[in-house]
Design a protein. Structure first.
Length: 632
């Protein structure tokens, strides 16, 4: 088997104009360029007697190019929108004249409906405003509330969305199975690149300048015409077998026959985007691939190791490889995953951050969002400095300027202290109040040994449990994390909950409340609502896990924000400035001469905030002064 990886330089990532046929119907901005696929084909002397596999085929660049060259291919793609695009782009069977005629009928009907409402498709808002009272009283169509919520905020303006929904209705009403895929894909393309407020630079974002109106129907019809022109050219190619599977690449053994593949050509489908679903969110929602938050969460989890990394904390390719020894028979897979890790490091933590450095100040000025996560935690964008890894080689890049220092403070085990306070579990409370090592105490209880006899491995197992219970960890996950046999993992968890009965009772009640009330609240009453189908066991299970986690993580977020309020007052009149927040960590920049004094101010503010919320156990804050953003 031969494996090839693309180099994503600015020079060779551009698609040549002569390659546009089929490729340009719908394509990610950073898609694998067709000419590189051809280069690999020639380099490996691939012919019609061979078969190429792309296990992360994205929008089908490798497959389309193989088909053009008469080489059989197989693609695997878990993102439903990308899979749909690949299927359409590899089907060159429709009669072009009939496709154009059908699109013209749809365009006429959709335009007539808009005109009946006094709406022009020209993109000129004044044409609508001339209708006076009719315009003032008109209500634009939109998506159901649960569906609209999962769009990126301001990703499309109300008037273009109304037009797109009218067009979509007509496509469905007058659908012809021969052309439906092309007409929907054309709509997907114009939504992203002509109608919406989205921009790609290279991560998906929303432009500051919004398109209040945009031509939709005429733009869509032009896209269908371009497809028809391409099809006329592509009809000259012979029939070449192309199979495209909607699946996770981990299911490869179930899909691919042994010894049926001669070469693998693949690439991270969107290497700069942490959450692969963001790249296709708008079109996925409008075309009906995702309809609510539950379906979005389910899709994210299905993409855990197929097309993206770290959308969830549970994403751990390295652990998965370790659990499947047969992977060692295919060193190319391990190399591919290593490549993806390095690629993400150089883009998300390298190029992406360098691009955000201000020319005026020479600093990064990230955007922090108050309620950036459902639990109430801050999130961060442009760039997301919260996702910078803890390893020194990354964080050493963030330094205080000459004469200044960074004061770095972090709550110690704040979520476990909140858990002790909320659940009233005496075992947790006693451990924190005595100053004992909670993880070591837990290990002694669970493994039935004296505290002084607890091994480092036993403490590690207990630490994973203590932190994991808040996230709904089960025996299967605990077994995978520790390498313990499932039966042993189940027995340890049984002993754990037998030891911490009040904790166990609280977790059960929180899970039941999430199902019953479809919500969870922090101790101060801030609410997170859950939307799910009770008949969907996976969705209900997710709601239960969130019901356990949100009150604890949400309380942690509340405490941090209260601390920032204290800090705002306490630093007034000083030269110290808040420069970063990462969940339970606060970073302040101060003059070197007052760094130690600032450390005490910061610790005091954070402790005061925690003590307002947590009454049964002490709050602990660890702080130190440094030149670089590193842990002490």
């Amino acid at each position: 088997m031969v494996h090839a990886e693309a180099s994503f330089s600015k020079l060779n990532n551009k698609m040549y104009a002569e390659d546009a046929a089929a490729h340009d119907w719908y394509r990610f901005v950073l898609s694998f360029p067709p000419h590189l696929v051809r280069d690999y084909m020639h380099r490996f002397s691939l012919t019609s007697e061979h078969c190429v596999l792309d296990p992360f085929c994205g929008t089908g660049t490798t497959l389309v190019e193989c088909k053009k060259l008469g080489i059989p291919s197989v693609g695997i793609e878990a993102n439903p929108m990308a899979h749909f695009a690949s299927k359409v782009k590899c089907d060159w069977s429709p009669a072009t004249a009939s496709l154009v005629e059908h699109a013209a009928q749809i365009a006429h009907t959709a335009s007539t409906r808009l005109e009946a409402d006094g709406i022009s498709d020209s993109g000129d808002i004044s044409a609508f405003e001339h209708h006076g009272e009719q315009a003032a009283n008109f209500t634009y169509r939109t998506l159901p509330p649960d569906t609209f919520k999962i769009l990126l905020t301001d990703s499309i303006s109300s008037r273009p969305l109304h037009k797109a929904l009218v067009l979509l209705d007509v496509i469905k009403e007058q659908q012809d199975h021969r052309f439906r895929g092309y007409e929907l894909l054309a709509l997907a393309k114009i939504l992203v690149f002509s109608v919406s407020n989205l921009h790609f630079g290279p991560e998906v974002g929303v432009s500051r300048i919004k398109k209040f109106d945009a031509p939709v129907i005429s733009t869509w019809q032009s896209a269908v015409h371009a497809m028809a022109n391409d099809l006329q050219e592509l009809h000259g190619h012979g029939e070449t077998p192309t199979a495209i599977h909607r699946a996770d690449a981990r299911q490869m053994r179930e899909i691919i026959k042994p010894r049926s593949i001669d070469a693998v050509i693949t690439s991270p489908p969107y290497p700069n985007e942490k959450d692969y679903t963001r790249t296709t969110r708008l079109e996925s929602v409008l075309l009906g691939f995702i309809n609510n938050k539950v379906e979005l969460q389910t899709l994210k989890r299905s993409l855990l190791r197929s097309n993206t990394r770290n959308v969830y904390k549970g994403d751990a390719d390295d652990e998965w490889i370790a659990e499947h020894e047969q992977i060692q028979d295919y060193p190319v897979v391990a190399k591919l995953l290593e490549y993806r890790t390095v690629q993400k490091a150089t883009t998300s933590y390298g190029e992406n951050i360098l691009n955000e450095i201000s020319r005026v100040t020479g600093r990064v000025h990230a955007n922090f969002h108050q309620i950036g996560a459902p639990t109430g935690r801050f999130s961060c964008t442009n760039p997301n400095v919260q996702q910078v890894p803890h390893e020194a080689e990354y964080r050493r890049c963030f330094r205080a300027p000459a004469g200044r220092k960074l004061v770095i403070a972090d709550y110690s085990q704040v979520e476990l202290r909140i858990l002790a306070d909320v659940t009233g579990d005496q075992g947790f409370i006693d451990a924190f109040n005595s100053g004992a090592d909670l993880h070591r105490v837990t290990a002694a209880e669970v493994f039935g040994v004296k505290v002084e006899d607890v091994t480092s491995e036993q403490r590690s197992f207990s630490k994973r449990l203590n932190f994991g219970v808040v996230y709904g960890i089960g025996a299967n996950r605990f077994s995978a994390m520790t390498g313990l046999p499932l039966a042993d993992a189940e027995e340890i968890m049984r002993r754990y909950f037998a030891t911490y009965r009040a904790l166990n009772n609280w977790l059960r009640e929180a899970a039941q409340k999430a199902l019953r009330d479809r919500e969870a609240r922090t101790p101060l009453g801030r609410r997170a609502r859950f939307f799910f189908d009770p008949a969907d066991r996976q969705a209900a299970s997710l709601a239960q896990r969130n019901g356990k986690n949100m009150p604890i993580q949400g309380a942690s977020a509340d405490i941090l924000k209260r601390a920032l309020r204290f800090l705002h007052d306490d630093l007034r009149g000083t030269t110290a400035r808040l420069v970063n927040i990462v969940h339970d960590e606060v970073v302040v920049e101060a003059d070197e001469s007052v760094a130690e004094e600032t450390t005490e101010i910061l610790k005091n503010a954070m402790c005061r905030a925690g003590e307002e919320y947590v009454k049964r156990v002490p709050i602990a804050v660890e702080a130190h002064v440094a030149d670089e953003w590193l842990k002490d």
